[in-house]
Design a protein around this ligand. Structure first.
Ligand code: NZQ
Ligand code: ZN
Length: 391
């Protein structure tokens, strides 16, 4: 196991009706002026936004709001948010929604104190040292941004979708997580969220660091739990217990618990981000297309952990040949995504019958370098092969 530092200071407040506590939580964490950030309107339609505002008013907290954050959030909205914030002068941000809303708030949080353009942090031209603190009211289990120090934004001019990672200043102070709020999710979003959280676990599982049993066993147990509960939710969207298990899994999948002491991969995510940056597809659905293709390529080039995954999670019987078992694992995951979650598993099913793979691949390597490091070393020929396996 490698040396590690694990810092996860978020206060998680989980369960039915917990959004009613948001006023007192803001106060407890030092807020007196709160800027609420939300998305395209689901929180208005569900009445959640009204309940949040009531809770803030009852705690004597002044607030302003900014709605309209879109999925695959974009740079111009962040700039708009920073402008609103500089006028209102909040001491706390409160994203109410999913990864897109939280990530926009995180970008605003670092941009608020910076004299230049916030994109400098994403372009790695500047390092953020200060951020507005924030709390979160989560409405979709998927990206895990409520417990992570990351934010992913798309630059609409350059079509670059990239992340920043500042766990010391960007992890939310608190996250309110009520599984009941996720019952209004369309099936597509629930399924895409499940695919994303599974990918977050697998990006950490696919590691060449030997002997990190704790990380492997946590990952395998979580994958089994997520798959069982996801099937239950697909059958009965109002199954509270299954929703609750999935919601907490999404957080733990991405708050670094599973990555302690090991190298991580993240190349499937990098490949997917090129797809959602260019074609504006749902991130988790894009991953359901890329991940099985990545595993299929891995079956030939580094099958060990993929075969182990198959043996321990997908019920693949040990044939004595890791490559064969890894290929069976790739197929099992692909089949499960498609049959149980009704997700696309090819570019065509994702609604992109004729993707410009040259463009995606060229942008990928321009951003990430000639050879992507990780579980496997991937040059442009390798990543192109993976993209083609997803056709
Ligand atoms: O915008 P509204 O109207 O709220 O609708 C949203 C949106 O259309 C809807 N939704 C959310 N909660 C709902 C609901 N609809 C009904 N009932 C509810 N309770 O769902 C749609 C998707 O929302 P979004 O916030 O985009 O989902 P998600 O949490 O999957 O976030 C995706 C974004 O996060 C990034 C992705 O790349 C993508 O841009 N990621 C962020 C990460 C991070 N910060 O650590 C890591 C991830 O790997 C990922 O890259
Ligand atoms: Zn993801």
């Amino acid at each position: 196991m490698n040396n590690f530092t694990f810092y996860s200071p978020t206060e998680f407040v989980f369960g039915r009706s917990t959004e009613s506590k948001v006023g007192e939580l803001c106060k407890k964490h030092g807020a007196s002026r709160v800027l609420i950030v939300y998305g395209g309107g689901s929180v208005v339609r569900s009445g959640l936004l009204e309940r949040v505002k009531k809770a803030l008013a009852a705690a004597g907290i002044a607030f302003e709001e900014m709605g309209g954050v879109q999925p695959n959030p974009i740079d111009s909205k962040v700039r708009e948010g920073i402008e609103i914030a500089r006028k209102f002068k909040p001491d706390f941000l409160l994203p109410v929604g999913g990864g897109s809303v939280i990530d926009t708030a995180k970008a605003m949080a670092v941009g608020y104190y910076y004299e230049g353009d916030f994109w400098d942090f994403y372009a790695k031209k500047a390092t953020a040292v200060k951020a507005l603190p924030m709390g979160v009211v989560l409405t979709i289990p998927a990206a895990g941004s409520e417990g992570s120090g990351n934010s992913v934004i798309t630059n609409t001019q350059s079509h670059v979708k990239v992340g920043i990672r500042y766990p010391m200043i960007l992890r939310p102070k608190f996250a309110v997580m009520n599984p009941e709020l996720t019952m209004t999710l369309p099936q597509w979003q629930t399924a895409s969220g499940v695919s994303d959280m599974m990918a977050h676990i697998l990006e950490r599982y696919l590691s060449n660091t030997p002997d990190v049993q704790i990380g492997d066993r946590l990952a395998e147990g979580m994958l089994l739990a997520i798959m069982e509960c996801a099937e239950r939710v697909m059958d009965n969207p109002e199954d509270y217990e299954a929703r609750a298990n999935i919601m907490w899994s999404a957080t733990v999948a991405h708050n670094d618990t599973c990555s302690i002491g090991r190298e991580e991969d993240w190349n499937s995510h990098a490949m997917e981000h090129e797809i959602s940056a260019e074609y504006d597809v749902t991130h988790g659905a894009g991953l359901a297309v890329i991940f099985p293709a990545f595993l299929q390529y891995g079956a030939k080039h580094n099958p060990h952990k993929i075969a182990q995954l198959g043996h321990r999670v997908f019920g693949i019987v040990d044939s004595g040949d890791e490559s064969i078992d890894a290929m069976a694992t790739a197929i099992a995951l692909k089949t499960w995504f498609h049959e149980k979650l009704h997700l696309p598993v090819t570019f065509g099913q994702l609604g992109i019958p004729d993707p410009d793979l040259e463009l995606l691949n060229e942008r990928l390597h321009r951003l990430k370098g000639e050879v992507l490091q990780g579980y496997m070393e991937l040059d442009a020929t390798a990543t192109m092969e993976i993209y083609k396996l997803a056709l």
